[in-house]
Write a protein that binds this ligand. Structure first.
Ligand SMILES: Nc1ncnc2c1ncn2[C@@H]1O[C@H](COP(=O)(O)OP(=O)(O)OP(=O)(O)O)[C@@H](O)[C@H]1O
Length: 250
């Protein structure tokens, strides 16, 4: 398990009668930039939430750099940084206060927290937000402060749920640069996205999830086989074409 930054085996999650994740196996090699694609409701958020220990699976296991997320959570969670989807932050704090709080929870020294907080706020363009509370941030700003929280303790693995959603193009380019540098320095990233262009541009590996199952997985080139990723995605998940007969009242 040690060559993989993240290993998922047989993950299953049901919500009442809906099987959100139906037995997912995934190996995320150390140093890879991994894109998790899938249509709405495919089970991406549920899978990533189980991978980082936020949601207990009905069956299956997850290991971060060889550490079981559920039986060895302190070590596993210390090695990873997560940007979950729509998990409440302590948002009645300023960005700086939130980062200080997260750093203290991580057991970091206050001097290190202060230096990294100033740098992260500056690089992510949040320094100007000053005394604005996170609750009053825009959606894109919330994404960026969430990313800052995930990066603060310099984790070995980043698990990011739709990091580019609601982010403007300039900030998206900045986040791409930060993540590219992080991977070049030996880090591993897995992120979910709907944006094919971003995945094609960044990722070394891709998995396509649909109906709670992995449908296609491999290196970007193995998955694409010379085709645009969007064509692969549509052929794997199936698509519906509007014939013109629907919504005729519109
Ligand atoms: N807390 C919950 N209670 C009930 N059903 C849930 C819950 N969370 C997810 N689901 C269901 O599980 C399925 C997978 O949802 P999930 O959010 O993991 O998909 P997703 O691939 O992240 O979708 P999207 O791309 O739209 O964000 C969906 O059918 C969803 O309705």
């Amino acid at each position: 398990m040690t060559e993989s930054a993240l290993v998922l085996r047989g993950l299953v999650k049901r919500f009442d009668r809906v099987t959100a994740v139906a037995g997912v196996d995934l190996d995320v090699p150390t140093g890879s930039f991994y894109g998790l694609l899938g249509p709405n409701g495919a089970g991406k958020t549920t899978t990533l939430s189980m991978a980082v220990g936020l949601l207990r699976p009905d069956a299956g296991k997850a290991w971060v750099l060889g550490h079981d997320v559920w039986s060895d959570p302190v070590v596993a969670k210390g090695l990873l940084g997560a940007l979950p989807d729509s998990v409440r932050m302590f948002d009645r704090l300023t960005g700086g206060e939130l980062l200080a709080y997260v750093g203290l929870l991580r057991g970091m020294e206050t001097g290190v927290i202060e230096t990294r907080t100033a740098e992260l706020l500056d690089v992510l363009g949040l320094a100007d937000a000053g005394r604005t509370l996170v609750v009053d941030y825009s959606a894109g700003m919330k994404k960026k402060i969430g990313l800052a929280c995930a990066l603060l303790h310099a984790p070995r693995l980043l698990v990011l749920d739709e990091p580019f959603e609601a982010v403007d193009p300039v900030s998206a380019a900045l986040i791409r640069d930060i993540l590219n540098r992080y991977v070049a320095g030996g880090g591993t990233v897995i992120f979910s996205s709907h944006v094919m262009e971003v995945v094609e541009r960044l990722c070394s590996h891709v998995a396509i999830l649909a109906g709670g199952e992995i449908r296609t997985v491999g290196t970007l080139e193995e998955v694409r086989q010379g085709r645009p990723l969007e064509d692969v995605f549509v052929s794997v998940v199936g698509g519906r074409v509007a014939t013109g007969a629907e919504l005729s009242w519109l």
